[in-house]
Design a protein around this ligand. Structure first.
Ligand SMILES: [Mg+2]
Length: 214
């Protein structure tokens, strides 16, 4: 199965770094937990300064990985998932360069010539599952959607999607999706890594009730 994974807010911690850089040029300190909407410009006093911060190759190259993201994606690749990284680089050469450098540094097992697409139209790449933290989810055509928890996506509009609070949670959800899909297609699930991830009672309850009713 193909899984389409977003970068900012899912693999790379953009929020922490832009807040730090924005503070250094504006003196304005913002609590990340208070950024409760996708339009981050509406939370700052100096949008022009933020724009300069956000259009920097160095910013995207410097981001810390989200905890456990690189090892988890590596795990998915090893389990046979067809991993594609799809990210909006806003058509900006600097941002694309920074993101490519970041992927090469933190996820060298990803073939950037085959597994990475930069586009704002994420439906150009079709997958079985999408993992994202942003409004792309609303129009995504994937059968399975997982929202990666961030303060800006805790509103009602995202309540309809299964939510992952960590990469451990993502792996758990993908395991269940792999099993459900195998039941529906009649194919043997290749992703059955239950023993090495945390047991999520709700998810396994869902799985077993699904299994019993079919
Ligand atoms: Mg994102």
């Amino acid at each position: 199965m193909r899984v389409k994974i977003d970068m900012d807010g899912v693999l790379a911690d953009l929020t922490t770094e832009w807040l730090k850089n924005y503070y250094s040029v504006s003196g304005e300190s913002i609590d990340p937990e208070l950024i409760t909407d996708w339009d981050i410009y509406s939370f700052v006093k100096y949008p022009d300064k933020l724009k300069r911060v956000l259009h920097s190759r160095e910013l995207f190259e410097r981001l810390d990985p989200i905890e456990d993201a690189p090892t988890s994606v590596h795990t998915l690749c090893n389990r046979g998932w067809d991993v594609v990284i799809v990210s909006d680089a806003q058509g900006d050469e600097g941002i694309m360069g920074g993101k490519l450098a970041w992927l090469k540094a933190h996820m060298p097992f990803i073939d950037v010539s085959k597994q990475v697409v930069f586009t704002a139209n994420k439906n150009l790449v079709q997958a079985d599952v999408i993992i994202d933290d942003g409004p792309f989810l609303h129009n995504a055509t994937e059968k399975y959607k997982v929202v990666y928890d961030q303060p800006h996506n805790r509103g009602d509009a995202y309540g309809v999607y299964p939510r992952a609070y960590s990469w451990r949670g993502v792996l758990t959800r993908l395991s269940v999706i792999g099993m459900v899909d195998a039941m529906e297609t009649g194919l043997t699930p290749y992703d059955a890594p239950i023993r090495d991830i945390s047991v999520n009672e709700d998810l396994y309850g869902t799985y077993y009730s699904y299994k019993m009713s079919n």
